[in-house]
Design a protein around this ligand. Structure first.
Ligand code: TTP
Ligand code: MG
Length: 374
């Protein structure tokens, strides 16, 4: 008999959900620290007059006054009437760039990575922590520190044996939370929570469940599954039954190929010294090279990203004659772009990054791979 290889023994699942706290408002605080400690309200103005529109999100200072996503701007203004509050319009371009950076930090720590929204992602870390929840806690702390250090943002992380539990755990303690729910703790954790914590239980369903005496997830777990099917249909009834017991087998799934790969890092000090910058970007180029190899891609465009002290983001890029995955070719182009960039006076880099895009498949490698048993 063949010996059982390590590969065949899969560790128990350990899933993380990372969600950035009050994301749009925290992005605003990150680029303008004088906003911290004040209520900050990020608004989608409808343009008709200064007051019409809705609140996109608000920081926790504003939430103390009852201001939250979805309420009207005029109501938010009323609630913050006697307070020194700041109202800002949404700046999606900026939030998307911050999101890309946060995601690239998180991704490094996952076996399987799934971005689930602009500020949240699921990470399957089962293999790297060998199914050990204590190790996962250490990993989560490290990730929180890294996001804080390089982006100035706090996030909340939930750890559980599946996506459903991880998601509820992440919401359990916010902001800057870390909640771990081990497999044996799942039922005890879920039972006292209100049913609307489960995805799919909206206001209407919650009302209906309440009329049946189901208030908590625990109530739902002990409710007869046949009755749930009668009331909600086969699919939803079974889902509610399983979800209330913390059962969820959905895999963490990588989303389709990203259209670019980027790596960004903070310099030791703000600088315009070319060699100091290239020393840092050289490491980033090596990481990008590894990622290109992993995905079997070559890139046609090479770009640099420079974030200056005021958090302004500068991008420069170049199209190559031949697509490449060669680290030396990437480094050479990065050097050229920085030489040119630094001719512009006055700009001091705080963070620097490298981005490659315009991918083509590495055909040779793909064919070769087909012969290597996986
Ligand atoms: P969420 O993660 O739901 O909310 P949040 O990050 O603002 O707050 P927290 O996680 O601390 O509870 O949403 C992420 C971003 O999506 C949010 O910052 C703004 C945007 N958003 C809206 O524009 N409208 C909405 O109704 C919601 C819920 C979010
Ligand atoms: Mg969030």
């Amino acid at each position: 008999m063949k010996p059982v290889s390590e590969k065949q023994v899969s560790p128990r699942r350990v899933i993380l959900l990372v969600d950035v706290d009050y994301f749009f408002a925290q992005c605003e605080e990150a680029r303008n620290p004088s906003l911290r400690n004040k209520p900050v309200v990020v608004c989608v103005y409808s343009g008709r007059n200064g007051e019409s529109g809705v609140v996109s999100t608000a920081n926790y200072e504003a939430r103390k006054h009852g201001v939250k996503s979805g309420i009207s701007i005029s109501l938010a203004k009323k609630r913050l009437m006697n307070v020194d509050a700041v109202f800002l319009p949404v700046d999606h371009e900026y939030y998307n760039r911050v999101s890309d950076e946060v995601m690239s930090i998180l991704k490094k720590h996952a076996d399987i990575f799934e971005q689930a929204g602009v500020d949240e992602a699921y990470l399957d870390v089962s293999k790297r922590v060998k199914g050990d929840f204590d190790r996962a806690v250490e990993l989560a702390k490290k990730m929180k520190e890294e996001v804080k250090r390089s982006m100035g943002l706090t996030c909340s992380i939930g750890i559980g044996p599946n996506k459903l539990v991880a998601k509820i755990a992440a919401d359990f303690q916010k902001p800057d939370g870390l909640t771990v729910v081990k497999p044996e703790e799942v039922q005890g954790f879920l039972s006292p929570l209100p049913v609307n914590r489960l995805i799919g239980v909206g206001v209407k369903t919650q009302g209906l469940m309440e009329s049946l005496g189901i208030k908590t997830i625990g109530d739902l777990a002990s409710y007869d599954v046949r009755k749930l099917i009668e009331l909600f249909g086969e699919k939803l009834g079974v889902y509610f039954h399983n979800a209330s017991r913390g059962i969820d087998n959905q895999p963490v799934k990588e989303r389709g190929e990203a259209s670019s790969i980027s790596r960004i890092s903070t310099l030791r000090e703000d600088t315009r010294n070319l060699e100091a910058i290239l020393k840092k970007t050289s490491e980033l180029c090596d990481e990008i090279h590894a990622e290109l190899l992993r995905r079997g891609l070559r890139a046609k465009q090479v770009g640099i990203i420079v974030i200056t002290k005021d958090m302004a983001v500068h991008n420069r890029s170049k199209t190559l004659e031949q697509p490449t995955s060669d680290p030396e070719a990437i480094k050479k182009n990065v050097r050229g772009l920085f030489e040119k960039f630094l001719r512009e006076p006055g700009l001091e880099a705080r963070r620097v990054g490298v981005r490659v895009s315009g991918f083509v498949k590495e055909e040779g490698q793909k064919q070769l791979r087909a012969f290597i048993p996986s």
